[in-house]
Design a protein. Sequence first.
Length: 564
Amino acid sequence: MTVVIDGGLAEGEVNAIGISFGNSNSSIAYTTGEGKAEVIANEEGDRQIPSFLSYIEGEEYHGTQAKSQLVRNSNNTVAYFRDYLGQDLDSIDPTPCHASAHPQKHESTVAFSIQDTEPETQNVVTVSEITTRHIRRLASSASDFLGKKVNAAVISVPTNFSEAQREALTKASKAAGVDVLQMISEPTAAVLAYDARPEAEVKDKMIVVADLGGTRSDIAVIASRGGMYSILSTSHDYETAGAQLDQILVDHFAKEFMKKHKTDPRQNAKSLAKLKLEAEATKKALSLGGNASLSVESLADGVDFASTINRTRYELLAGKMFGAFTRLIEDAVKKADLDVLDIDEVILSGGTSHTPRISTNLQRLFPPSTRILSPSTLPTAIDPSSLSARGAAIQASLIQEFEKEDIEQSTHPMVTVTPHLRNAIGVLVVSEDVKKGLFTALVERETAVPCRRAGVFAVPREGGNVIIKVCEGIRDIKITKKEKAKTNGKADSDSDSDDDQEEEDEEVKEKVWKVGTVLAEAAIRDVKKGGKVEVTVNVGVDLGVQITAREVGGKGGVRGNLDK
Ligand code: ATP
């Protein structure tokens, strides 16, 4: 007999969702019967739910309703608090909260002094308690939508979320009735959201995930090898994010208003809050269309303000900031000791990734072979704002039936602690008399071990005795200077000075392999003309290598072990 407890759940039943919990927004997602992840809209119809809580006369407002309270009720509105969890006041940056309830010290944690239960009564509410209330609201929206109480979740968090932050989040969620099954890193969630699509071809690739949010941007370089993800480098930036783009528009419109009305709306807190909210909406509209308008009732001194801006102007104003996003990504690639030519995919995640110019700039940074997954560069891209929540939901559906201990095992990203190959391992197939051949990588660099890869290689045309060299491959970037093609006709260049010749030559970069240490050599006799050999490489956890080589369709083969 099934005992039904509260909210339609049987005793011991786990009903888990995915939660993306950001400083600016949160999202909730679930997986359908077919394993597809879908983002849930809350009662107000929002899929990106502002991580805001606001209190008016003892009543709690959440999400968009709370965010709009920044104008009239900013002191009792708590915002941008996720990163404060598990930290003390001295280690946080309070800047994002300058226009809402200010973080303050409370014992060893951060808290906010707000009138939450009744007017005129100032209460100190810890960031943990605020998080509990926020998660409770998210879980309640999900439970309403699913028609069944949600009692567990996988939550996505940044890669630099500390152990103390994780613990605080686990406790705060538990207090909200949500058991945290696992925390998944935001970039891993984004990769998972793409790789879980039925049409996805899961193959070895090097991925950059650029999670561009409201208060921070986080970049991760990830090697996906045999379906396992290894994070190679991460970087975090708190000066290059959506808030800075909002500020550019706030300044632009404030100046326009000042020209006409001689008052700076940024000098008054209420005017600034109104302008900020509208500027953000205008910024979002500019991601979709070429023109956007802004209108604020009674912006300052009781004067209404309306204006428009086109995308070209916005891109000019924000050009430097857009450049900063590109640099962040380029630097993260370098930090992983890679070149842009090594990157197969760039996944743009987070709300700011909707900005067309940010993704088109990346098209210029990366070679044409790199896929830039964002709405303006790929029509089939997944909504960047939903990637973390989708990935978390997929993970939740994968692990919700696991025993707690098994989850623990899979939680600790074995991906980051397992040994990796620093160099690729590949094969050179040569005939006995010609000693040079073309290196083909069989096991890519950064592959987590143990691993096994096999490949079939054509032998030199005449066949005969063939030598197979299994060697390390060191990826090198070859730069060739290409003379820039002249754009002017002959007549022009005669009359004109030789400006064209003075133009700098173009640099063409390509990935080439330098053959490193030869790990093993095998000789296969009397391979038939036009034949093929199959080579298998096994790398153990101890980095010992086992190699087998045989003629396809032939008898016998060679096998060898190599200790490291
Ligand atoms: P963080 O933790 O960095 O504050 P988050 O993960 O909570 O961010 P996101 O929803 O990923 O929040 O990003 C919010 C940012 O994305 C805001 O600055 C918002 O204005 C911006 N944004 C959302 N939609 C768009 C859009 N269509 N075009 C441009 N920017 C957008």
